[in-house]
Ligand binder design. Sequence first.
Ligand code: ZN
Length: 72
Amino acid sequence: MADHADFANDLTLKYMELGLATRRPANSDEATRFCVDCQGLIPWQRRFAVLGCMRCAQCQTKLELKGAGHAG
Ligand SMILES: [Zn+2]
């Protein structure tokens, strides 16, 4: 039998899920929909998974292989 605490728990979980589903990085505007290197459209799945990403997966990989992402 569900009591008030269970109900509150369910409600909290629902709001957490809703918050996660609708969360956006601070700079997720039109500009960040496109890769800064190749100007290709960055898939929303990537933008969602990598908050604040500026490049498509291909350009990010190229950059990381070059080692430009590391200081020094
Ligand atoms: Zn790119």
